[in-house]
Design a protein around this ligand. Sequence first.
Ligand SMILES: [Ca+2]
Length: 412
Amino acid sequence: MKGCRRLLLIPVLAVFSLSLTGEDRAEPLSDGIREMPAREQIPRVARTLRDTTLGDVVFEMDVQTLTGDFQLLGLEFDGTYFYVTGANGGADPNKVYVIDTAGNLVMVLDQIGLGEYWGWRDLAWDGTYVGPDGIDTLFGSYDRQIDKFGISFSDSSLAHYGTFQGPAYPLNRALAYMEDSAWFYTSSGDTLSLNYKFNKAGFVIDTCSNDYFMYGAAYDSDVSEGGYVWWHSQDSTGTPFYCVIEQMDAMTMDFTGFVFDYVPSTIMSGIAGGLCFHEGFRGMDVLFALVQGDPVDIIVGIFLRHHETGIAEGYEIRHLDSQNALSVWPNPANGLVMISYSINMPGKASLHVYDRNGCRIKTLTDEHHIAGVITSYWDGRDEQDRDVPSGVYFVTLLTQNRCETSKMILVR
Ligand SMILES: [Ca+2]
């Protein structure tokens, strides 16, 4: 992963149905007396922007079956791996699961020093790797504190670096990190709580009030869109999903009024967990959300905007594998792949090949075209003219008003 070209990788989940599993579901055995306070039912219906493409679900993965843990909470993503925290089904110690985008469980690590309660609720990352075999530093929000830790891929270990007091005492929940300023954002998952901006010393820089039930948070590093904190709250949407996304100006801590919901297709109901942001996942800027769902907890990828153009509204994107105008032949292929597509107006069109990790490996065209049917060829080589291995690849067509993606399989 470290060798691939990542697209400016700067990363940054009202419950009235208590039969759901998760934070608002069964409490762990060691914490049986602590229950979520009953909430007044507020008939809030989020302003839905589903008539645009923002908020479309573009990725879903069942991580409960994969991990065997039905209490998954926090989420971070580095472009290759998801880092998911879990309460280990009420058993101790709590866990961190490392999962790739193809759905392989790469590592299971113990949370250090947090052998009881639910452990880390949400994760944030400062964007730093340690050489080729480690991620450093991740931050986990715990009831009373923020923990710092790193993960080594070479010996599959988790190193706990220390702890500082979180400001949302005693219930630090959502956690986001703004890399440029080294500011954190948190909230306590309670409509009575403030939202906090604070630093690594735990010093509170700013606060604001809200009437949301925040559980996850992510910093959006896209400067053209403006530096936002996205919050993932457990508020009612009028659907079986208590998963609302709220946008906040990171500098001023003002809510922009931009609120939307989303609906996963692979589960029947769910509530919000952790949240993270990734710039350039398969050509898209995406929020990844942990949804504590029925029957399983899943990771959901939520479309924000196209990475290359920054276009969000009025933008047509079709889900992966859907029938579209991008023709790939042969598929599977073991040699040259012919990719045909039509553009209905003159303008710039680009065609990129991505691997299954969302890394762009080859640009086939990126220039002005006249309207009509265009054919490009991919020889199974990357930008450095190296043969790429057998596997699943994605070809994405981007024009001024359209983005389409087709899956292709290369067999050597
Ligand atoms: Ca987060």
